[in-house]
Design a protein around this ligand. Structure first.
Ligand code: SME
Length: 158
């Protein structure tokens, strides 16, 4: 079924997320395939917010492996505890990085990325993937993004 996500212009970030999450929920609940849902979530976030890069890394064989994403070509594998993604996996928590140059061990897939947020995707209490969003602007993400991106991560069923 063709789906179009509609979010009004000129509303706050919170309002955008509120409208978006309702529509994402119905989009994801009507499809059982995890990869398909990750792909559509990436596409919607990129389209609505214009993020530089948005996508998923999936835990496979004790590494994070690149999953569905929107944006420039990215690193394909990240080790446990490495970079922002590997740290979010290890520490099982969301991480907001206002300036990637200030994050020890940040993995630069693109020199254009300046700030970043990573939220874990859990299944039975274990991190099974992470949702990673990059911006070309410094200090772009805050607690509002953490709250709603975490809710979006909860929509993913493994
Ligand atoms: N910067 C991430 C790597 C993934 S890319 O940003 C798409 C990190 O440090 O884990």
């Amino acid at each position: 079924m063709a789906e179009e996500i509609i979010v009004p212009d000129g509303v706050s970030k919170t309002d955008k997320y509120e409208v978006l999450i309702l529509q994402l929920r119905s989009l994801v609940e009507s499809e059982a395939d995890t990869i398909a849902n990750m792909a559509n979530i990436s596409a919607v976030l990129k389209e609505i917010f214009g993020f530089f890069w948005v996508g998923f890394y999936i835990v496979k064989d004790e590494q994070l492996v690149l999953g569905p994403f929107q944006g420039p070509v990215a690193c394909t594998r990240i080790r446990y505890g490495k970079g922002v993604c590997g740290t979010a996996w290890k520490e099982q928590r969301a991480i907001i990085v206002p300036d990637v140059d200030e994050f020890p061990g940040h993995i630069a897939c693109s020199s254009l990325s300046r700030s970043e947020i990573v939220v874990p995707v859990f299944h039975h209490g274990k991190v099974v993937a992470v949702l990673d969003v990059d911006s070309e602007f410094l200090n772009y993400f805050n607690e509002t993004d953490e709250k709603y991106l975490s809710e979006i991560a909860e929509l993913i069923k493994f």
